[in-house]
Design a binder for this molecule. Structure first.
Ligand SMILES: [Fe+2]
Length: 334
């Protein structure tokens, strides 16, 4: 081993030690340096490496650092209403792509972005589960080598990219979120970082589980919320969105709520909130089949008009593009 290799190996060891220490209890930089008998510069360099690999390190009051498996929920984005020339602002709505799973429908996902491009959509909101993640019960359905990086790289290579379209995504606490829980990685941020390194600037991380989208218009604005809630599917399609809206505290209701997770399409209007369940671009997996959970494959476009003085929404349309089981197209056209 030459000197350069030895230095690299020492650096790797230090990164591992810092990671282990921080996952057990909070430490300040000075305490870490003392514990590991090195200087602050080496600690800072190890922290930088950990962060660039997505490590979810929080800074507590007093400067102590802690590595953990929980992410603060939430995020925000301001979208300036961009009239397409016909008086409507259009936003692409998509969710639950489950890339990396053999049932994922790349054909539908690509068709969605073809439509978005044609329809003058510049912003697409993705409500989470853009990859399948990895768990004990989905390994047999994965088409990508095990591990987080191979699956994220597969998504970077295969998630559609179109000139002038930016995809703003959130992370669910399941699927991509399993890595957050197991590896203490902020996978949404890490995915964006990795995509940027690969030359993709169109994939932008919004936040974990939910994000508020400020829809600006003139001097005013309206709030749209993008969510990947938890819990199982209910018998009635509108039940989960209704309960979700019921649970929002007074004063924090959005005008439009777009949700993923349930793999269903629905549009209901409880408490004057347009609740749009986004459907999915993945056929029924073995897990869903076993649990008798059906899926709606497809994607959507939400179009709206706003009042020019205070920004409140005056008109809404949601257009849904349905697709069927892959076999349907093979039988019909194959
Ligand atoms: Fe999902």
């Amino acid at each position: 081993m030459n000197l350069e290799e030895a230095t690299r190996s020492l650096k790797r060891d230090l990164i591992k030690l810092v990671r282990t220490k921080l996952s057990k209890q909070p430490f300040s930089r000075n305490e870490l340096a003392e514990e590991l008998q090195c200087d602050i510069a080496s600690i800072n360099s190890a922290l930088k490496s950990l962060r660039s690999a997505g490590a979810n390190i929080s800074e507590l009051i007093g400067g102590k650092l802690f590595l953990h498996s929980l992410l603060q929920q939430g995020g925000s984005l301001t979208l300036q209403a961009k009239d397409r020339g016909d008086g409507w602002t259009a936003v692409g709505i998509i969710a639950d792509n489950h890339l990396g799973n053999r049932h994922s429908r790349l054909d539908v996902l690509n068709a969605a972005y073809d439509v978005y491009e044609r329809e003058g959509v510049t912003a697409v909101l993705n409500a989470g589960n853009w990859v399948d993640g990895e768990a004990r019960f989905n390994r047999h359905e994965l088409i990508v080598a095990p591990g987080m990086d191979p699956q994220l790289d597969y998504a970077i290579e295969n998630y559609p990219q179109r000139t002038g379209i930016t995809t703003h995504y959130i992370t669910g606490d399941d699927h991509e979120g399993w890595w957050i829980q197991r590896e203490c990685v902020n996978v949404g941020e890490y995915f964006q970082m990795r995509a940027e390194k690969a030359g993709r600037k169109d994939l932008r991380y919004l936040g974990h589980v939910e994000a508020d989208i400020r829809l600006k218009c003139g001097k005013g604005s309206a709030v749209g919320r993008l969510m990947h809630p938890g819990g199982g599917s209910a018998y009635a399609l509108s039940y989960a969105p209704q309960k979700l809206v019921e649970s929002f505290q007074g004063g924090e209701k959005p005008s439009v709520l777009w949700i993923g997770h349930y793999h269903k399409y629905d549009w209901c209007y409880p408490r004057e909130v347009h609740c749009i369940s986004a459907a999915c671009t993945c056929d029924q997996s073995a897990f869903l089949r076993k649990n008798k959970i059906g899926v709606h494959v497809g994607f959507g476009i939400t179009k709206f008009q706003q009042d020019k003085t205070d920004g409140h929404i005056t008109r809404v349309q949601h257009e849904f593009f349905p697709y069927y089981d892959r076999g349907y197209y093979e039988r019909r056209f194959g």
